[in-house]
Ligand binder design. Structure first.
Ligand SMILES: Nc1ncnc2c1ncn2[C@@H]1O[C@H](COP(=O)(O)OP(=O)(O)OP(=O)(O)O)[C@@H](O)[C@H]1O
Ligand SMILES: [Mg+2]
Length: 299
């Protein structure tokens, strides 16, 4: 009788244990499935089976030739016959209404999106013929919302580049205006960043993202300025570090701040699928067209 009872309770416990495992198992299976999907997915970048050219060196000339682009799930094209060119070392600022397609242009240059027709030329070579992985080693991207991961500040800055001297890292920190922040933290560079950088302010996150770009020392810099308003001191710090960053590199920047726009060599007003205006700040101000109107709204 006693034996029977002990066995019975053991069996019941085991069964209830298995029952509680069922949701965990099904969740696990789901993950296995999605990992499988990714592993089995054909390489998007080499879909045509053409041999791609490895990019050893980038000068930084970029040209759009009649580029059209439409998102699969939308009817009208975001980019419709867009043409412009940027020379090595120049800074071009994209301005325009929200949803005009500024981020889309940047994503086309990075190769995250592929033009439906027309050509994007990097140093005169069509981006479709380039090995994107090797091409992207020469680019740094500072996105609209900085992406930080759980780890120390040091790891977040040096991410992807392991052989960095302490000296260079200190220089980067100074250039990105992070010195003060790091000195104020008891653990300094080794301070842990919680998920998505929740323990940092928006401006601090942006500067870490900028520092990351400094570390890569890219030939082409892609910068999507955040729309969120920051206090003037923080703004100034970011502006200073951005100014240092854009020196001597081809820079494509989605600009919201007037100071960034002023410092750019060329301004492109994006709208209606193309460029409404293209020229230097003084040219566009003199013309008193779209840019002039936009400027008037901002101040
Ligand atoms: N993944 C997507 N799928 C479908 N449509 C999209 C996708 N991403 C953006 N769009 C659409 O493409 C258009 C251009 O978007 P884009 O992000 O380039 O705008 P933007 O100029 O960067 O705007 P903002 O200044 O607000 O960042 C928008 O109308 C948007 O709705
Ligand atoms: Mg955008």
């Amino acid at each position: 009788m006693v034996m029977y009872q002990t066995y019975f309770s053991t069996i019941v416990n085991q069964i209830s244990g298995i029952v509680t495992l069922i949701p965990i198992i099904s969740k696990g299976l789901e993950s296995v499935n999605s990992v499988g999907d990714i592993l089995l997915c054909a390489d998007v970048e080499d879909a045509n089976g053409k041999k791609k050219k490895r990019v050893k060196d980038v000068k930084g000339d970029i040209e759009f030739k009649d580029v059209c682009f439409k998102f699969k799930n939308s009817d009208s094209p975001v980019i419709d016959n867009m043409s412009f060119s940027v020379k090595q070392g120049e800074t071009i600022a994209f301005v325009g209404a929200s949803g005009a397609g500024k981020t889309t242009i940047l994503n086309l240059v990075i190769g995250f999106l592929r033009a439906d027709s027309g050509k994007i030329l990097i140093d005169g070579q069509c981006i479709d013929d380039l090995n994107l992985q090797s091409y992207r080693q020469h680019i740094a991207v500072v996105p609209q919302t900085p992406i930080l991961f759980t780890g120390t500040i040091r790891e977040n800055i040096t991410y992807g580049s392991d052989d960095i001297s302490e000296e260079f890292l200190n220089e980067v920190i100074r250039s990105a205006n992070l010195e003060e922040l790091i000195e104020s933290l008891p653990e300094g560079l080794e301070t842990k960043i919680t998920e998505h950088g929740a323990n940092l302010s928006g401006g601090q996150r942006q500067r870490i993202s900028i520092a990351r770009a400094f570390v890569r020392s890219p030939k082409i810099l892609i910068l999507d300025e955040a729309t969120s308003a920051l206090d003037t001191i923080s703004e100034k710090k970011i502006q200073d570090s951005v100014d240092r960053l854009v020196k001597d590199r081809t820079t494509l920047i989605v600009a919201h701040r007037l100071s960034t726009i002023r410092n750019a060599d060329k301004i492109a007003v994006v709208g209606e699928g193309g460029l409404l205006e293209f020229g230097s700040y003084d040219e566009l101000m003199e013309k008193q067209g779209e840019f002039y109107k936009l400027r008037a709204l901002q101040v």
